[in-house]
Ligand binder design. Structure first.
Ligand SMILES: NCc1[nH]cc(CCC(=O)O)c1CC(=O)O
Length: 313
């Protein structure tokens, strides 16, 4: 009998749900036992400072990566959209499992939708990408910065403090709170964040047996989508606070990447898309996804995305 694999996880409800799902899927696929190891991060300890001021969501990631490199854990499950675009030395994303819903969700009082919210409605979100696109669609609403876990955020709607909050459908679903969604926002109206709804399963790059074992959870379409979206993000050299949205869909024959760069106030919005044919067999899919990400970023830069981002930095 081999020893249980150590899966490092934050202690937040969302992290525990994601890690628990992956642990169960891995055990079901391979028969290997998995034990959860709780790792606490700076982002968990400091719940009041806006995330953009303590280094972005990357703070949640570094503690897990340190634990991997120190061999305190064998693998970790991240919300892929929280990973910095730069590769981590000595580590590899061994698998991207089947992706959940990529859309953003509106959770509004009285079952309201984005269109039906009254003028002046207060929507809780601190994400520049969400703020810019909400204001582009509804210039008459007010976006209010918000932090805290999903329970805290939803509580601000039920208490009447806010008219609505915006959260990813995927996170709400993983937490069993999808019933509270009053509108899954049209991804052409609010284009999702790069890698939203996807998980990254990470381990040490030299842990060849584990890389192979974790590979049983890989979904090549999800991987291609995330690679396209994140290559675009990296090529635009967007910091984590820049309003960049990217949404790819991989089908059996085509991969379409759509992207949007906006000014924070939502008055200037650049949207573009590219479609490539998916190679059969999938040998070059990864490189093709990178190429389309770079090309679409170049298209956006040629249309003035750099000036737009410079203005909103
Ligand atoms: N930045 C926080 C974060 N990171 C991952 C998710 C859940 C959705 C996902 O896995 O993409 C969330 C919450 C949210 O954006 O609503």
């Amino acid at each position: 009998m081999s020893r249980p694999l150590r899966l490092g996880t934050r202690a937040s409800k969302l992290a525990l749900a994601q890690s628990g799902d992956v642990a169960a899927a891995l055990t079901a696929a391979t028969g290997r036992a998995v034990e959860l190891v709780h790792i606490s991060t700076d982002g968990d300890r400091d719940r009041t400072t806006p995330l953009t001021q303590i280094g972005g969501t990357g703070v949640f990631v570094s503690a897990l990566r340190d634990a991997l490199l120190a061999d305190e854990i064998d693998f970790a499950v991240h919300s892929y959209k929280d990973l910095p675009t730069a590769a981590a030395e000595g580590l590899t994303i061994a698998a991207v499992p089947v992706r959940a819903d990529t859309r953003d969700a509106l959770i509004a009082r009285d079952g309201l939708t984005l269109e039906k919210l009254p003028a002046g409605a207060r929507i809780g979100t601190g994400a520049p990408r969400r703020i810019a696109q909400l204001l582009a669609a509804r210039p008459d609403v007010v976006c209010v910065p918000i932090r805290g876990n999903v329970d805290t955020r939803l509580g601000k709607v039920s208490s009447g403090e806010l008219d609505a909050v915006v959260l990813a459908v995927a996170g709400l679903t993983r937490l069993g709170r999808a019933a509270e969604i009053t509108e899954a926002l049209d991804p052409d109206v609010v284009v999702p964040a790069p890698a939203q709804g996807a998980l990254a399963i990470e381990c040490r790059a030299d842990d060849a047996d584990l890389v192979e074992l974790l590979g049983t959870l890989e979904d090549s379409g999800a991987r291609a989508e995330v690679v396209a979206e994140r290559t675009l993000l990296a090529t635009l050299e967007a910091g984590c606070s820049a309003p960049v949205a990217a949404w790819a869909t991989a089908g059996t024959t085509e991969l379409t990447l759509r992207a949007r760069v906006a000014s924070l106030d939502g008055t200037t919005v650049l949207t573009d898309a590219r479609t490539i044919t998916v190679p059969d067999p999938h040998d070059s899919l990864h490189t093709d996804a990178e190429t389309v990400g770079r090309q679409l970023a170049a298209d956006l830069l040629a249309s003035g995305a750099d000036t737009l981002m410079g203005r909103t930095a």
